[in-house]
Design a protein around this ligand. Structure first.
Ligand code: FAD
Length: 352
């Protein structure tokens, strides 16, 4: 396979530009921690300079401009309005109208995009009933335009509630909604089985490792375990007939996915062989799977996947809350600072 030989030189070892000495890794870890400690004291424009790579800007117009540019790279998009956990249900109104504007803009611009929502921004941790009706407002408007809605997965306080919200929307007849599951969580294989039992081929997952560092009582905590449990979840999703959006920049996960897809006869330009009658899905979906990348991360791998015919989607966050959002992510998972540091010091490991 072209992609594998390009990145693995025909073998399963990591490519040279991904192999760094333990001394180098240790220095980056220490540097990353220092960044997390000192960043809150750094002038906002410095943080803004780093964030520019990972967010589309403060406005929807900026996000649309960027997506038009990136469309030439063969990618499609999922748009995220920055912001999360609100403190009163009234605050959710702003998110609802912003997402309604996003849906209108997707339609009027003709950009190949869908949307991603953080359920806590719609009040999931404040009042379940109101949160469900907020989600329904967005999902029903998106359904009118045949646009898909993905509920992002947040920390473990929200896992069951996010699954419940997704199932509730399906039970009301909205099929244009799916959710994210996190490979690191012990419960994920059970969640996949349960959701697939209820929704059948309409199940639609994004699978990622999970950005939140959860405790060892409920999640895998070592890199190796997280990679293998994520890979097992990908296989389980594929074997359950679910739409599987693989969201990882990690070569062992991407390579495993490519092999799993190939061994199941799933791939670019083929009908999804897992279903005798094609499953109707919202606009812009791949043949049963797609690869997803965060804006600004490992564009070279994304472009290569796209050149090889795979559906690739870029997660496009925009909004005024970029500073708070970025700081919170860094506090929750200082490992991100290591990635960002690596990207700045060794740009060949992460081309935008
Ligand atoms: P890693 O081993 O962390 O990264 C592999 C390599 O990718 C790194 O060595 C580095 O070179 C590069 N890299 C990774 N992240 C960055 C970065 N931020 N900056 C610079 N370089 C980087 N998590 C959730 O918990 N809930 C969600 O809803 C969710 N949605 C996601 C949506 C998408 C489209 C993607 C791609 C990820 C999402 N995540 C979500 C985050 C995910 O769980 C991981 O935390 C994140 O992708 C890093 O894991 P990785 O698999 O890329 O592997």
């Amino acid at each position: 396979m072209n992609w594998r030989s390009q990145y693995f030189g025909g073998s399963k070892s990591l490519p040279r530009n991904c192999q760094v000495s333990s001394h180098c890794v240790m220095s980056m870890v220490l540097f990353g921690r220092a960044i997390v400690t000192f960043l809150p004291f750094a002038p906002r424009f410095i943080v803004g300079w780093v964030a520019k790579r990972y967010t589309a800007g403060e406005s929807l117009e900026k996000a649309l401009e960027l997506m038009k540019k990136l469309s030439s790279e063969g990618a499609c998009f999922t748009i995220d309005v920055l912001g999360e956990e609100i403190h009163s249900i009234e605050e959710s109104s702003w998110f609802i109208s912003e997402y309604e504007a996003v849906i209108d803009s997707i339609v009027s611009s003709g950009i190949d995009a869908n949307i991603s929502i953080k359920p806590t921004a719609l009040g999931l941790l404040i009042d379940t009933k109101s949160a469900h009706s907020n989600i329904e407002r967005i999902v029903s408007k998106a359904a009118e335009k045949n646009i898909f809605v993905r509920l992002d997965m947040e920390d473990n306080r929200t896992t069951q509630a996010t699954i419940d919200a997704t199932l509730a929307m399906h039970s009301k007849g909205f099929e244009n909604i799916g959710l994210v599951l996190q490979g690191r969580m012990f419960r994920t294989p059970d969640d996949i089985s349960e959701i697939c039992n209820i929704l059948g081929p309409k199940s639609d997952f994004r699978i990622c490792k999970g950005i939140y560092l959860e405790s060892s009582e409920i999640s895998h905590t070592s890199y190796r375990d997280i990679v293998s449990s994520t890979n097992r979840s990908i296989d389980l999703m594929l074997d359950s007939g679910a739409y599987t959006a693989i969201a990882s920049h990690d070569l062992p996960v991407i390579d495993h996915s490519l092999q799993s897809l190939e061994s199941r006869g799933i791939g670019p330009g083929k009908e999804d062989p897992r279903h005798e009658t094609p499953v109707s899905r919202s606009d812009g979906k791949g043949p049963g799977y797609e690869f997803q990348f965060l804006l600004g991360v490992r564009g070279n791998i994304r472009r290569e996947l796209s050149r090889n015919g795979h559906r690739t989607r870029i997660y496009i966050p925009y909004g005024k809350k970029w500073y708070e959002y970025g700081m919170r992510r860094l506090r929750e998972n200082p490992g991100i600072a290591v990635h960002v540091t690596k990207a700045l010091l060794m740009p060949w490991t992460n081309r935008r």
